[in-house]
Design a protein around this ligand. Structure first.
Ligand SMILES: O=C(O)c1ccccc1NCC(=O)[C@H](O)[C@H](O)COP(=O)(O)O
Length: 218
C-alpha cells in the first residue's frame, strides 16, 4: 500500500497476530509496554519474540515508566528496539542521561489537560528526539497513559516545536481525521482505540484506523 503522509504508531502490542495486523495495515511504529501494572505489559523475552518479526522500516518502540538504568538495561539487552518512549515523570535531565547512556533516540510523553501544561513541551523539546503529546491521566488513574482519553486538541492550534511530535490520547478511526485536521499532526499514536479488550488488539479496528488516517492525508 502507498505510505500515508501521516505516520501511525500502534502501541501496546502483546501478541504476534497484533504485530502482524499493525505491520500489514501500514503502521510506521509499533510499541511494546514494559510496565507491569499495565494489562499491555510484556516481559522482555516475549517482546523480543515479537520484535524480531517486525520488518525493517517499521520502528520498534519500548515504552517505560520512570524506569531506572537496570530496568532499562534489562529491556534493551534483550529486545532490539529503535526508540525509547518515556511515559512517566522523567525530568529533562533524566531524558538527557538516558539518551547518552543507552544511545537510542528518546520520545518523551507529555500529558496535556490545559494551557498551563504546554510549557513542559518546550522544555522536553530541548532534550528529547521526539515528543508524544498525550492526555494527562485523570486523578487516581492506575496508568499514566493508554487510558483512551482525549484532550482538547484546540490547545495545540498554531503550536510548533523544534522536534518531531506525535499526537496521542483517545484516538480512534472515528475521531482521528478531526484530530489531525485540528492539530496539524503528522504522526499519531493509538492503543485503546484499536483494541477489543485491554492488551488485545482488533485487526479490523487497526485497519479502519490506518484507512481513516490515509483518507485525511490524501
Ligand atoms: O498502554 C498502557 O497500558 C500504558 C501504560 C503506561 C504508560 C503508557 C501506556 N500507554 C501509552 C500509549 O499506549 C500511547 O502512547 C498513548 O498514551 C495512547 O493511548 P490511548 O489513549 O489508549 O490510545
Amino acid at each position: 500500500m502507498a505510505p500515508s503522509a501521516v505516520r501511525v504508531k500502534i502501541c501496546g502490542l502483546t501478541r504476534p497476530a497484533d504485530v502482524e495486523a499493525a505491520v500489514a495495515a501500514g503502521a510506521a511504529y509499533v510499541g511494546f509496554v514494559f510496565f507491569p501494572p499495565s494489562p499491555r505489559s510484556v516481559f522482555p523475552e516475549a517482546a523480543r519474540a515479537l520484535a524480531v518479526e517486525v520488518p525493517a522500516g517499521v520502528a520498534k518502540v519500548a515504552l517505560t515508566v520512570d524506569a531506572d538504568d537496570a530496568e532499562l538495561g534489562a529491556v534493551l539487552d534483550r529486545v532490539p528496539v529503535d526508540m525509547l518512549q518515556l511515559h512517566g515523570g522523567e525530568s529533562p535531565a533524566r531524558v538527557t542521561e538516558i539518551r547518552a547512556r543507552f544511545g537510542l533516540p528518546v520520545m518523551k510523553a507529555v500529558g496535556l489537560r490545559e494551557a498551563a501544561d504546554l510549557p513542559a513541551l518546550d522544555a522536553y523539546a530541548a532534550v528529547a528526539d521526539q515528543l508524544l503529546v498525550d492526555a494527562k491521566p485523570p486523578a487516581g488513574a492506575e496508568l499514566p497513559g493508554g487510558n483512551g482519553l482525549a484532550f482538547d486538541w484546540r490547545l495545540l492550534a498554531g503550536r510548533r516545536w523544534t522536534r518531531p511530535w506525535m499526537l496521542a490520547g483517545g484516538l480512534s478511526a472515528e475521531n482521528v481525521a478531526e484530530a489531525v485536521r485540528l492539530t496539524g499532526a503528522r504522526q499519531v499514536d493509538v492503543s485503546s482505540g484499536v483494541e477489543r479488550a485491554p492488551g488485545e488488539k482488533d485487526p479490523v479496528r487497526i485497519r479502519a484506523f490506518l484507512d481513516a488516517v490515509a483518507e485525511v492525508a490524501a
